[in-house]
Design a protein around this ligand. Structure first.
Ligand SMILES: Nc1ncnc2c1ncn2[C@@H]1O[C@H](COP(=O)(O)OP(=O)(O)OP(=O)(O)O)[C@@H](O)[C@H]1O
Ligand SMILES: [Mg+2]
Length: 545
């Protein structure tokens, strides 16, 4: 296998990509780039970073709102329970208690009334106390029917009804001994001690029975109150637990959302690293950060910017190289072209004047061999000159298929001789293309010659053309051995060749020409083996986009 070399060994072997497309993503065959192009990513962007962070924030806020809401509900319940106890049960229990006190007072006075020195005092106490009773029972009923009790819940209302009914019955019951009491006072006034004792015992028994019923009433209210307090305590404990749980959950949600936000923003670090690497000079193309948001879009845009910089760099390097080559070529050409042409002229003269020596043509043949080498050197210097001072392309709207047919018929004998089958796949009707006829002819010859040289044992050469959007694309495809990836990177460099007698200028000039046409040239492998060159030229009938 031949080692690649640079024709003059002057140009450094910098890696230069062979993809020279001026415009990407236009051919269906080349659409692989489009998948990651910034505009596609913009279309694909579905969840923006702001929306996702806002979503996290809302989730935390929601968890917080639930916790606070629950706290408020629990507090309101506690406040309602306190209000119920303070304005409902407490006045009720106090009023029932007042009734009990009243009855105790009456009972106490009755207890000593028969032995009292002055029973009139006791009678006054008893009568005063009994006069107060309707008001006391009225207070019980008012407390039992207070708004706070009747509007709270069914249980409180039920108790309220029971108390109202029971207090009414109790009041009536207590009033039943009125006649007996009057008789007692009468007996005391008349100092009828035995009768007074009997009557006093009767009234006492009635009062005691009343006090018992009042106590039952009080106990009922107190028990209701205790139940309420116990339920409130229970509720408070549960509310506290729930609040703690919800607060924990809120913390968890907040923590989770912080992690999520960090994950969302993590690709930024990758973009930053990439920017640092680029700043340090790494312009090789990299995989784009796979985030479908602004960060992904930023990464994709950044990558395409790096790609553009890399291409511009490459183009600058190439033109610097060409300029260096040009200066040298101009110098060399200047120095050797004139001596070469006089050597050529002199050789012609010599050939004409040289007679056969001893009947042998050998001297003449030697002169012819020298002339061939001189011609080769002249041609070489012409090539250098062409590279050094590329002629300006004069673009005209021309038919590409016709030109391909003409060049093909020109090279066909040469291809036949090399055992190469030429297949043309050209459209009958095609739009005109902007081209400089001479230069594109040269391009075609270069590519066909390379293909022929690659298929030294014969093969197939296919030249196809098709149109899409503003482009006419020409494929020159051979079934040669193909080009190794590391070689393909350099084939457009001036003086890069793998051939013994190659100049390495064919593809450099070809690319220069295509560039000056505003088109592109791309080299790719063909399965199972072979090489395809794809050239794009602008159609004359479609305005540029
Ligand atoms: N169709 C092809 N198949 C295989 N290799 C190719 C083909 N075309 C070009 N190459 C490779 O690209 C290199 C550069 O080609 P280029 O035409 O620039 O120079 P060259 O053919 O070597 O020299 P010259 O054109 O002066 O004869 C070649 O040496 C060869 O290795
Ligand atoms: Mg060549």
């Amino acid at each position: 296998m031949k080692m690649p070399r640079y024709g003059l060994g002057l140009i450094s072997n910098e890696p230069v990509g062979c993809s020279l497309d001026g415009v990407e993503g236009l051919s269906p065959a080349m659409n692989s780039h489009e998948a990651s192009s910034p505009c596609t990513r913009r279309r694909r962007r579905s969840r923006t970073v702001a929306r996702r962070i806002l979503g996290s924030f809302l989730a935390v806020m929601l968890a917080f709102a639930v916790t606070v809401g629950w706290g408020v509900v629990a507090q309101r319940r506690t406040a309602r329970d306190s209000e119920l106890l303070r304005s409902g049960y407490l006045p009720l229990v106090l009023s029932v208690d007042a009734a009990l006190e009243n009855q105790n007072l009456v009972s106490a006075q009755l207890n000593h009334i028969t032995e009292a020195k002055n029973p009139a005092d006791a009678r006054q106490w008893i009568e005063t106390a009994r006069r107060l009773r309707p008001r006391i029972f009225e207070r019980i009923r008012q407390s039992a029917t207070s708004k706070v009790l009747t509007s709270t819940d069914g249980k409180a209302r039920q108790m309220s009804d029971q108390i109202v009914a029971a207090s009414g019955e109790l009041e009536a019951f207590l009033a039943e001994d009125r006649a007996m009491l009057a008789s007692l006072f009468e007996a005391l006034e008349t100092a009828d001690a035995p009768r007074a004792k009997v009557l006093r015992d009767g009234v006492m028994a009635h009062e005691i029975a009343g006090a018992r019923r009042t106590r039952v009433l009080k106990e009922q209210v107190e028990s209701e109150m205790d139940q309420r307090i116990a339920a409130a305590r229970d509720r408070e404990r549960r509310a506290l637990h729930s609040l703690l749980l919800l607060a924990g959950l809120t913390l968890l949600v907040g923590f989770g959302m912080t992690l999520y936000a960090r994950r969302v923003l993590r690709p930024l670090a990758a973009v930053t690293d990439r920017a640092r690497a680029v700043a340090a000079g790494d312009l090789t193309s990299q995989k784009v950060v796979a985030a479908r948001d602004e960060i992904g879009e930023l990464a994709a845009t950044f990558e395409s910017m790096v790609e553009a910089i890399s291409k511009a760099n490459e183009a600058r390097l190439q033109s610097e190289r060409l300029a260096a080559v040009g200066r040298m070529a101009a110098h060399v050409t200047h120095e050797i072209r004139n001596p070469l042409s006089s050597i050529g002229l002199n050789l012609e003269l010599l050939e004409d004047e040289l007679a056969p020596v001893n009947g042998s043509d050998e001297p003449k043949q030697l002169l012819q061999a020298i002339r061939r080498q001189v011609d080769h050197l002249s041609a070489l210097s012409e090539e250098y000159l062409r590279l050094a001072r590329p002629p300006q392309s004069r673009l005209e709207a021309e038919g590409l298929p016709e030109m391909v047919r003409e060049v093909s018929s020109f090279v066909r004998p040469e291809l036949d001789k090399a055992g190469i089958e030429l297949n043309l796949e050209l459209p009958e009707q095609a739009s005109d293309v902007w081209l400089d006829e001479q230069q594109i002819r040269q391009v075609l010859v270069n590519l066909i010659r390379n293909a022929r040289e690659a298929m030294s044992k014969g093969g197939k050469l296919r030249i196809a053309m098709h149109e899409f959007e503003q482009w006419a694309e020409l494929w020159v495809e051979d079934t040669g051995p193909g080009i190794a990836d590391d070689v393909r990177m350099n084939i457009f460099d001036p003086f890069y060749t793998t051939k013994n007698r190659g100049t390495g200028l064919g593809l450099a000039i070809t690319r220069q020409v295509i560039d000056s046409h505003g088109g592109s040239i791309h080299c790719e492998p063909v399965e199972p083996h072979g090489t395809r060159f794809r050239i794009r030229l602008r159609r004359a009938d479609v305005a540029d986009r």
